[in-house]
Design a protein around this ligand. Structure first.
Ligand code: ATP
Ligand code: MG
Ligand code: MG
Length: 546
């Protein structure tokens, strides 16, 4: 895979170091604290932290908190937790809002140089004057203001003498530029809104395209990596770096954002799913957030391997979400204990097994990793099997249990079904079977063969458990105009059944492979001393091929 060993950004960094453009590299991960991080952010985190690490540089975590309206401390805390959980350590913890004084000073410098002016036009008028791709923009009257007048007005903006939207500060670049982003972009706006970090101190806030290059320059960031939609803004980024008075010279590099099948990945949409109760919070196990994936049972390693393997490119693409699932299976295969659970139980009475007796059988914890040892599981006259492992009138080639048929119970004996017990409505509620003591697992019995092997749990020792089985929250196959039309109403299925008694000790985030059912995580929020809740991470098999 050419992607994970090298990528075009590494080439740029290598060249910059070889040519002495920089003697040391600094990257940053710059989330806006207006929501929780998602798997797309993970791609950027892995890229920024691992790039710096490879070249002995460093990475800052910078909260890009220049928009007071949507930001919140809850998000700041969650973002830090998620990055730490992924296993990265930032060099500096920075807040763009700590640079507001410096940004203001740089705006004043631009005004003095005749490179910025206070605009009286409304937002609407500014848009009208801006022109189109085929038509140049029009210069407004404000453009010819003197530096003195602009300085005075800008100070009044800062002092709160104008209402929201009454004035803005614009960079004076080129109203006829073929790049519309350079047609005197707004760089400061008025917003009488308290800020989660600076409180009431400011009522003017810098725009992203002015603030971001300054933030990078102030921190000495060398390679400012962002997603492709900012490509058109790069000339403005360079204009700010060139015309403001800061020594550092960061450069912006764009890469394609991650898109995943059956997944929405914008914080705005994810927030809507939370706010409108389509899910149970940002960390709902169906969410593509880092906290949702964690609660579902994905490991940091599986997420990081996925991010490395999808690579970094300049071309937009859509990645199959099953690829992420592939990596968690790979990660858990050798490390998670295997055990048996019955999700939808059907009682089986073994009529020739002595009443009141219990024997303890030996079972491997993980046959692919014998170092994990063995466990003891009870066996007695009453067990549970899966309802779907029995059929009264089976089709041809059904090898599980049916009247008169014999199957193997994993780690135990062969049993044969003799009698089907039904309730008044004709539902099968119990099976009566007999076992053959000669067929005990591990004794080398070869007398006869059976085709089906069932999982089971012994009834009197079993622990009750709840199982949450997930399907895609978003279904690309559906149609509609709004992303909410794509929400899958069957994304969660809940089953109540049993697990082996040795799982009494299971703690939040313990991960197991349940025989035939897949990989499961002990839910950290809803599991209590009295109730075990398991989230299915993934099923065992997938048709997906890497
Ligand atoms: P969203 O649109 O989901 O709100 P954003 O880009 O507005 O995302 P930020 O908090 O600004 O979110 O993003 C922090 C960093 O993560 C940015 O550098 C951004 O480029 C990167 N990023 C966000 N989404 C993706 C994605 N899907 N793939 C790769 N990188 C991403
Ligand atoms: Mg954003
Ligand atoms: Mg965005």
């Amino acid at each position: 895979n050419p992607n994970n060993s090298s990528n075009f950004i590494k080439h740029i960094v290598k060249e910059d170091l070889a040519e002495g453009t920089y003697d040391h590299i600094v990257t940053r991960f710059p989330p806006e604290p207006n929501g929780y991080l998602h798997i797309g952010h993970a791609k950027s985190i892995v890229l920024n932290f691992e790039l710096a690490d490879e070249f002995n540089g460093e990475t800052n975590l910078r909260f890009d908190d220049t928009n007071p309206l949507k930001e919140d401390q809850e998000y700041v805390d969650a973002i830090k937790e998620d990055i730490e959980w992924l296993g990265y350590e930032w060099e500096g913890l920075r807040y763009a809002s700590n640079y507001f004084d410096e940004m203001y000073n740089q705006a004043v410098i631009l005004i003095k140089k005749g490179l910025a002016y206070v605009e009286d036009l409304s937002q609407e008028e500014i848009r009208e004057y801006r022109g189109t791709l085929t038509e140049p923009g029009k210069e407004s009257k404000s453009r010819s203001r003197s530096a003195e007048e602009n300085l005075e007005l800008f100070e009044k903006m800062r002092n709160g003498e104008f209402a929201n939207g009454e004035k803005v500060l614009r960079a004076k670049i080129d109203m006829a530029s073929p790049n519309i982003n350079l047609r005197d972009p707004v760089i400061y706006r008025i917003s009488h809104t308290p800020h989660h970090n600076t409180g009431e101190k400011w009522c003017i806030y810098p725009m992203y395209s002015f603030a971001h290059p300054l933030e990078d320059a102030i921190e000495g960031v060398t390679h400012s990596i962002c997603t492709l939609e900012f490509e058109d803004q790069r000339p403005l980024y360079e204009w700010v770096v060139e015309n403001c008075e800061i020594d550092a010279e960061p450069k912006q590099i764009e890469f394609a954002r991650l898109n995943l099948t059956n997944t929405v990945m914008s914080k705005r949409k994810l927030k809507q799913l939370v706010d409108e109760n389509y899910v149970d919070g940002w960390d709902d196990p169906r969410m593509p957030t880092i906290s949702g994936l964690r609660r579902r049972g994905f490991t940091p390693e599986s997420i990081k391997t996925f991010c490395r393997e999808i690579g970094v490119s300049k071309a937009d693409n859509l990645v199959d979400v099953r690829m992420l699932e592939h990596f968690v299976r790979e990660d858990l295969k050798l490390t998670s204990p295997r055990t048996m659970s019955v999700l939808r139980p059907l009682k089986v009475v073994i009529t020739n097994y002595p009443e009141g007796e219990v024997e303890w059988l030996d079972a491997d914890i993980n046959p692919e990793n014998p170092e994990m040892g063995t466990r003891k599981i009870p066996f007695s006259r009453e067990i549970y099997i899966e309802q779907s492992d029995f059929m009264e009138n089976p089709p041809k080639k059904y090898f599980r249990l049916f009247p008169g048929n014999e199957v193997r119970l994993k780690h135990a004996y062969f049993i044969k079904c003799n009698e089907v017990i039904k309730d008044d409505e004709g539902n099968v509620v119990e099976l009566h079977c007999t076992y053959d003591p000669e067929t005990k697992s591990g004794t080398g019995f070869t007398g006869r063969k059976v085709k089906g092997t069932l999982h089971w749990v012994e009834a009197t020792h079993a622990k009750e458990a709840e199982f949450r089985l997930y399907n895609s929250l978003i279904d690309d196959e559906k149609s509609g105009d709004d992303f909410l039309d794509f929400v899958n109403p069957d994304s969660l299925e809940v089953a109540h059944g049993y697990v082996e008694p040795n799982m009494e000790e299971a703690k939040a985030h313990d991960k197991y492979q349940f025989f035939r059912h897949g990989y499961f995580n002990v839910d950290p929020k809803e599991t209590t001393a009295y109730k075990l809740v398991f989230n299915r991470i993934v099923e065992l098999k997938s048709s997906f091929k890497l």
